[in-house]
Design a protein around this ligand. Structure first.
Ligand code: HEC
Length: 193
């Protein structure tokens, strides 16, 4: 057994002991204090402005999409400058295996191992917007303007022939784009919704 394994086991045993002791000791403690007195007084109250900065989720129905718009042509220029170094020319991939192509994709008929892409997998077009805005470009997330994100989303949808080359994407038009795999998701527990 390596030192690391021994250390790991010892730590686990210590943790289990601590948890067990905690569980045994719990009933003997006084009743729980109110949250205010129990607080460790760390951190500071969060302001509305701070929350707004983090509250960037875009839902499938378009709720959360910001003002602004963009076209595939505008997106092509931005893509060449900020994205193609990793995602390849015209988003075709091929730069490195871990930089995904953003166009095309095999049909999802070969089981779980099939490479999932925007065109063959994403259920909602708004996911593209949300993902780019929060995570791309990889080295500088949150650096794009809403206009740039709309334009890049339009470009990728257009490359995948899911919208026309001259279609403008904005908060109204984007949620209406139908993704090819949209109807192939199933709800495992519909009665729990
Ligand atoms: C430094 C390399 C790099 C750059 C530059 C970059 N990306 Fe990415 N991108 C990645 C990697 C790596 C992933 C996969 C991340 C993962 O799976 O966690 C990814 C994933 C994505 C995805 C999700 C693909 C999918 O199949 O789900 C989109 C969309 C995307 N990038 C768009 C962009 C756009 C638009 C730009 C330009 C603004 C950009 N990326 C710039 C490396 C990069």
């Amino acid at each position: 057994m390596s030192t690391l394994e021994m250390f790991g086991r010892k730590t686990l045993a210590a943790t289990l002991l601590a948890v067990t002791l905690g569980a045994v000791a719990a009933p003997a403690q006084s009743p729980p204090q109110s949250p205010s007195t129990a607080s460790p007084h760390l951190g500071r109250p969060i302001s509305e402005a701070d929350i707004k900065n983090w509250d960037i989720a875009v839902l499938p129905n378009g709720v959360g999409l910001p003002a602004g718009q963009g076209t595939p042509q505008e997106g092509a220029t931005i893509f060449a400058e900020k994205c193609s170094a990793c995602h390849g020319e015209a988003a075709r991939g091929g730069v490195a295996p871990f930089y995904p192509a953003l166009v095309g994709g095999p049909p999802l008929t070969d089981g779980i191992e099939t490479r999932k892409t925007i065109a063959n997998y994403y259920a909602y077009p708004t996911t593209i917007f949300d993902y780019i805005r929060r995570a791309m470009p990889y080295p500088a997330p949150r650096s794009l303007s809403d206009h740039e994100v709309y334009a890049l989303t339009a470009y990728i949808l257009s490359l995948n022939k899911l919208i026309g080359e001259n279609d403008t994407m904005d908060a109204q038009s984007l949620p209406k784009v139908k993704m090819p795999n949209r109807d192939n998701f199933i709800m495992p527990y519909p009665d729990r919704i």
